[in-house]
Design a binder for this molecule. Structure first.
Ligand SMILES: Cc1cc2nc3c(=O)[nH]c(=O)nc-3n(C[C@H](O)[C@H](O)[C@H](O)COP(=O)(O)OP(=O)(O)OC[C@H]3O[C@@H](n4cnc5c(N)ncnc54)[C@H](O)[C@@H]3O)c2cc1C
Length: 341
């Protein structure tokens, strides 16, 4: 019989991350389908405090705690995950594909003689576990199964609903970890300036800016700096994540007007990212196929475009506002500000 372990980690405040809670929900579903025992392992500065969110998960809770686990560090995280896997004797290990765990989990699988698959989007199978992932820039979807155990599976964020059971006091088994002599000391954190971070994978909304923001408008002029202000104000007011079309991010290298806060990391589409957000709003973007393929995992889609024949109106968006995005977004910003006030 399979034995399932979900590895989770805390954030700076020792609370479990959202991606960790998504992995917990995925593990609960798999364990109940297979009738397999479920353990949840926690890596955090205070594992017992983090475990309170899992009080109603109905799983065996294992934790490694201590200041060494407050920050991500390869040596300590790998040792912690290894100790948790050994304590749980798991045949299947699920973990969120966070920056912290993606870095260490292949190494942990190797140390335990296991096998790892990454970017898993779904777990299925009744008797044998089958997992789903995408290949070739999300064009091909494959269903995999493996006989090798332990089998490590890194789950893409946003593919499962996060576990949201009532918090309470939870019985946690503390697992001892033998730490190697430290080579890396974390001296502090350097975060991007407040508001400078525009890519927010956990945001409920993807806001896409297209090249139209920097094109000549009805008055024959470009209004790039006004466009930048409107977009940043909307991001601040809504907490949305910022995506872009290729044309807009390419403009910098072509000597055309640019929005300084955009990079190729913001690009959504065939040669860009395929983010996962429940909702998307496209503005000043034509909705051409190479861009819209990046919207594969966006649920509700709306677009604001001056062109009634743009790609969005051809079945690629649920609602299209044929309107001037400068005017619409200025009004939306005013409504957001009024609501905040
Ligand atoms: C191999 C290949 C790969 C590609 N990969 C990608 C990719 O990964 N991502 C990607 O995005 N593209 C990609 N492209 C490019 C893609 O085909 C389009 O050229 C690009 O998406 C166009 O960007 P855009 O819609 O922002 O710009 P434009 O085509 O210039 O459209 C701007 C739109 O803004 C509208 N507009 C202007 N002013 C306003 C206003 N005030 N209010 C409302 N609307 C306004 C205009 O009506 C127009 O529809 C790829 C192309 C190729 C060939």
């Amino acid at each position: 019989m399979e034995s399932i372990l979900v590895l989770t980690h805390g954030n700076e405040a020792s609370a479990l991350t959202k991606a960790s809670l998504e992995a917990v929900a995925a593990g609960m579903g798999l364990a109940s389908r297979l009738g397999a025992p479920l353990s949840i392992g926690i890596v955090a500065a205070d594992g017992s405090a983090a475990a309170s969110a899992l009080a109603s998960a109905g799983a065996r809770l294992l934790a490694v705690s201590g200041a060494a686990f407050a920050q991500p560090r390869y040596a300590t995280d790998a040792a912690a995950c290894q100790a948790l896997c050994r304590a749980a004797r798991a045949s299947i290990v699920l973990a969120p594909e966070s920056a912290r765990f993606a870095r260490v989990m292949a190494g942990v699988a190797h140390r335990l003689g296991g096998f790892i698959d990454t970017h898993i989007t779904a777990l299925g199978g009744a008797e044998h576990v089958e997992v789903t992932r995408w290949f070739y820039r999300q064009r091909v979807e494959a269903v995999l199964s493996r006989a090798a155990r332990p089998w490590f599976l890194l789950l893409d964020a946003g593919t499962h609903a996060a576990f949201a059971g009532a918090p309470g006091s939870a019985q946690t088994e503390q697992v001892a970890v033998e730490l190697p002599a430290p080579h890396t000391t974390v001296t502090g954190l350097r975060a991007p300036q407040q508001g400078a971070q525009t890519i927010r994978p956990d945001a409920g909304l993807l806001f896409v800016a297209g090249a139209g923001w920097t094109k000549k408008q009805a008055d024959g002029q470009v209004h790039t700096s006004e466009a930048g202000q409107i977009i940043l104000e909307f991001l601040r007011g809504s907490g949305a994540s910022l995506g872009s079309s290729k044309s807009l991010v390419d403009q910098g290298s072509e000597g055309q007007p640019v929005l300084p806060f955009l990079t190729h990391l913001n690009q959504v589409g065939q040669t860009g990212a395929t983010p996962r957000h429940p909702k998307g709003l496209s503005t000043c973007c034509h909705g051409e196929e190479p861009h819209v393929v990046g919207w594969r995992f966006i649920g509700e889609r709306r677009a604001i475009s001056l062109d009634p024949n743009c790609g969005w109106t051809r079945g690629k968006a649920d609602v299209v506002y044929v309107a001037d995005a400068f005017q619409v977004m200025t009004k939306v910003n005013a409504l957001l500000a009024a609501r905040k006030a």
